[in-house]
Design a protein around this ligand. Sequence first.
Ligand code: MN3
Length: 236
Amino acid sequence: MKHLLPVLPYSASALEPHIDARAMSVHHDMHHAAYVKALNEALASAPESLHDKSPEWLLLNLAKVPENIRTTVRNNAGGHLNHSLFWRSMSPDGGGAPSGALADAIDQAFGSFEALKTRFDKAGAEHFRSGWVWLVKAPHGHATLQVLTTPGHDTPLTQGYVPLLLNDVWDHAYYLKQENRRPDYLSGGGRSSIGTKLPVAWSAPGTPRKCQWSSPDEKHVPIPPPITARSKLRFP
Ligand code: MN3
């Protein structure tokens, strides 16, 4: 199985002015595509048993990936998985607060949705160099939501956290539009067409079909086995 670049779930210009068409195209058509290409190239030399594995499986089972391609697979399966989630976490019809069980969980963990947004954007702005900022459900036994960051393309999935929302804080996500102003990119800079001053990633579901949130009660993520490569999770 060849890994494939997913089609954007909206047009490249759909999130303008916050993410303009050129920035979106370069990010998706070049950066994400490069991760997919590199992943396929690395796996071409791997045992056939790894050829049909998903990016999630590969990241949760890095110890089973030959050592000579392990770092390449980690970086590029991570880049592929995170960007695939990222595109789906945004919507031209998004914006606004979630409701129901997720809203309750947010209030319980952070005090309010506004407090969570502030914390999420601050964590993303302060993350040093490239990486991702996440809202996650903590592993079993820690029934709470948390904000954390990961370096590179590491995912908190590998340590049992369930990603609910993410934002890309690599320079390539915003440099063409916001240049070095990462906080402007994270907060929308007041220019977002998605929702007034809402960060573009805060795209709550407009309709069930476009639901961008995973339920904090979802149990579809398997308990990960021990792996050799641990991400440095940072809890701001
Ligand atoms: Mn990116």
